[in-house]
Design a binder for this molecule. Sequence first.
Ligand SMILES: [Zn+2]
Length: 439
Amino acid sequence: MGVINRLSGIFQPITVTAKASNLTHKGVTSKSQRLMLELGILQQANTGCFHFLPLGLKSLNKLINIVDEELQNIGGQKMIFPTLVKSDLWEKSGRASEMGPELLTLQDRRDHKYILAPTHEETASHLLSSIAPISYKTLPLLLYQITSKFRDEMKPRFGLIRSREFIMKDMYSFDLTQDTALETYQKVCSSYNKIFKKVGVKFIKVLGHSGTMGGNLSHEYHFLTDKGEDKIVKCSKCDFIGNQEVLTDTGCPKCKSENSLTYETGIEVAHTFMLGEKYSKPLEANCIDKNTKKHTLQMGSYGIGISRIIAASLECLSLEKELRWPDSIAPYNVIILPPKLGSKEESLIGNLGEKLYHNLESAFPCLKNNVLLDDRTSYTIGRRFIDAKRTGYRYIIVLNKKCGDAIPLYELNDLHKDQQLYLSENDLAKYIKENTDFE
Ligand SMILES: [Zn+2]
């Protein structure tokens, strides 16, 4: 039998009681940020920088696994680019001045200038220019990483949604021609659709604005919520949907209808760009075709805001005082609450909690490492139930006197369906299997 995940062994500094949770934290600007701080998912380190505490990291790793799986399915190769990037590269692409004070810069002891990179188009192009031109046969080449990025935000806010240090997945594609580059672009977009379906928060893909990134085509992925900072425009006369930034006048840019546009707000969670030669040309990232003729590589760039998705999901799904997670990235899906130490129920039930823990894990492989035992049995069930509900574990299983029946019955509380059921062990496993959205 495997190790039991016990709540007493998890560093989760819950800072405020349920009653007091409407107290305002200093500098808190969104619901997800407040709840993540109150419930020990995150801790603020300094302005716009956060500690990911163990439960937060567990969620983050689940998301990273989803992204890795889908990107590797389309041939994405994971690697790590250095975070410290020579400023010269950004001078060559022209972005050093375009991004201006948002770039975090520093100088080493030899007075060389560096950037703490927010993105790596220059770095990836430089990598390819620093080796002999690659053969067309190795294309398309898809290189990606999931690492910390930096942006000197004027006003960091909403916690992980607009922070100065954040975790981003950035991928760069290289192709021989514009046509194959477009094919690669579409392949990555369909991979993104799969990723967001798996995450399970309602999303939309819209036409995006290329901004300082450059290039000629871009799309954004958004979670729709009235807390979003981006305005999404839809046309009621055709299928146009885009970021408000792409509008140039009052009519629909596609069908030209007047008065057909409606607006919604969203949080941008991913962005894709067709870049053409904007970076590969100045940085001399080349390849050789079948006649050994040299070509500038056609490039694409694809970001996913990993830490931002955690916060944006919680912003969309949570209640005012309780976290709610998508099943796919919840730190744990099930929590078991055994009786209080020294209670009548405890003597009646014994170590049924541990047995149930192992049986659930073996009945349902997706639950492996996704069940938690709240062994803080010096606290009452009531107190632990409140913590479990606020932290947002979807299935809270309470072991009470019905567990002492000839056929033990378990109290199952399903937070997503807002219902309480009494089920036998078999029915419990069946219910969780049928109702949990792991894909
Ligand atoms: Zn239209």
